[in-house]
Design a protein around this ligand. Structure first.
Ligand code: S3P
Length: 261
């Protein structure tokens, strides 16, 4: 064997070691998730995640190929989150609830923590129609928009392990709820009318609140919808006076508890 062949052989062995290390790493991630579930510990631990990241950065600091290695690690960490997400949720997480309740904020946070894909229904419909939501309502009417929501929900049932952030009216049709439930767990987020009003008062992209953007109207519309929202939900999370981390932690805990039951 000449030197070149020997180096190549050593390189292949190096890859083998990395594969073994990754297998071990994924198994450890699974063990950590199982442990947290078993002892009822919070699944999301952003502070611990930060510590791990700092430790790694320190080790890589003096390295000649620091940027390249950091790039690899970011992917490894991301894939670790995927492993965690697959272990926890072999279904879609469907977020429903009134406008301004925090569906988009919660889905963004969950997506960062679990590296899960998010489908923001309003955004997908607006992109496909090449029009903003108020224009779709104005040009084609609400019924047209509602049909687009139903069609999108049907389409999404071929997905697994994605977060679906629904428009506030999506859970009002029984056929939509049936679609959500085929492959998903339905999470209802709630907030008091006053909290909702504070969040949506400057918004212009919610046609149903145009000219009616006040707390009394919000309270009335919420009350009209309440029964349908509650009937659609597998779990409910109240969001008033909670941080997004607290909301997401409660959501994950309730979903995993329900799984066990
Ligand atoms: C609606 C809520 C909106 C959007 C549309 C109708 C509703 O979504 O789908 O304006 O009927 O509650 P958000 O809940 O994301 O604001």
């Amino acid at each position: 064997m000449n030197d070149l062949e020997m180096y190549r052989e050593q390189l292949a062995m190096c890859d083998d070691k990395m594969i073994d290390a990754l297998i071990e790493r994924n198994a450890l991630i699974e063990k950590i998730v199982s442990y947290k579930k078993k002892y009822g510990l919070p699944i999301l631990q952003p502070v611990q995640e930060k510590k791990q990241e700092q430790r790694r950065e320190e080790r890589l600091r003096e390295q000649r190929y620091r940027d390249e290695m950091e790039d690899v690690f970011q992917r490894i960490v991301r894939n670790g989150k995927r492993v965690q997400a697959h272990q926890l949720f072999n279904y879609n997480i469907v977020l429903i609830g009134f406008m301004g309740v925090g569906k988009s904020t919660v889905s963004d946070y969950l997506s960062t923590m679990f590296a899960m894909k998010v489908v923001e229904m309003d955004q997908v419909i607006a992109e496909r129609e090449a029009m903003c939501i108020p224009d779709i309502f104005a040009v084609y009417g609400e019924a047209y928009f509602r049909d687009k929501e139903t069609a999108l929900l049907v389409e999404l049932q071929k997905e697994k392990n994605v977060i679906i952030s629904c428009g506030g009216g999506a859970a009002l049709r029984a056929e939509n709820v049936a679609e959500m439930r085929k492959n998903g767990r339905v999470v209802l987020l709630t907030a008091r009318p006053g909290t909702i009003y504070e969040r949506v008062k400057d918004s212009t992209d919610r046609p149903l609140l145009n000219g009616n953007n006040n707390e009394a109207y919000i309270a009335e519309l919420m009350e009209k919808r309440r029964e349908k929202y509650e009937a659609a939900a597998d779990i409910v999370v109240h969001t008033d006076q909670k941080s997004v981390l607290q909301i997401c932690e409660e959501l994950v805990r309730k979903l995993t508890e329900q799984e066990r039951a």
